[in-house]
Design a protein around this ligand. Structure first.
Ligand code: ADP
Ligand code: 5GP
Length: 185
């Protein structure tokens, strides 16, 4: 029997809302889900590895990829470029794998235009104050980067209205259950 095409889930949410934490839990429980590794011009944070967290690159290489049509979507976020490799997504979907992309809102909306069957999920914070608290608590960004990320918050929350689902990450367990209900419905 011919294998079915895989499903594509796009997850977005403001910086510090808990996407990484939630996806880590989701993938641990469901190792059959594939997480896309994006290319970025951002510098690696301590502990991040090339080819594991991101494919780290410079602007020259990144824009060569853009010109060659290598990205399914790409966007600039807080001064850095991020993009999803088209060839990888196509290969995995045609193999029947279910994929997760963890990307920001402009890229997610580009995906929805190209692949309307993609499921867009937005992770919301319980409040903007709690989001700032988590972002500072993570201790990975300097003040300028934190301010830049907070600046994007309201625009991104506005975009969430165009998503198929919104999940509030108040309790991690509850948010994980909701994500599972959407993905495995
Ligand atoms: P993102 O990937 O969205 O930028 P992270 O997963 O790095 O966010 O989470 C940011 C910080 O918030 C981390 O220190 C994480 O442990 C914490 N965090 C995530 N989810 C929750 C939650 N539901 N309640 C409290 N803290 C959380
Ligand atoms: P961070 O620098 O915190 O790793 O990521 C910053 C933002 O870029 C996050 O909102 C993350 O979801 C988004 N992002 C990561 N990879 C991609 C990608 O390939 N495309 C787009 N459009 N956004 C991405």
């Amino acid at each position: 029997m011919e294998k079915q095409y895989g499903r594509l889930f796009v997850i977005s949410g403001c910086s510090g809302v808990g996407k990484g934490t939630l996806l880590g839990m989701l993938l641990k429980q469901h190792p059959e889900l594939e997480l896309s590794i994006s290319a970025t011009t951002r510098q690696p944070r301590p502990g991040e590895k090339d080819g594991v967290n991101y494919f780290f690159t410079d602007r020259k290489e990144f824009f060569k990829g853009v010109e060659n049509g290598e990205f399914l979507e790409w966007a600039e976020f807080n001064g850095n470029c991020y993009g999803t490799k088209k060839a990888w997504v196509e290969k995995m979907l045609s193999r029947g794998e279910n994929l997760i992309l963890e990307i920001e809102t402009n890229g997610a909306l580009q995906i929805k235009k190209k692949l309307p069957e993609a499921v867009l999920i937005f992770i919301l914070p319980p409040s903007v104050e709690e989001l700032e608290h988590r972002l500072r608590g993570r201790n990975t960004e300097d003040e300028a980067a934190i301010q830049g990320r907070l600046h994007e918050v309201r625009r991104e929350i506005e975009c969430s209205k165009q998503y198929d689902y919104c999940v509030v990450n108040d309790s991690l367990e509850k948010a994980l259950k909701e994500l599972e209900n959407i993905i495995f419905r």
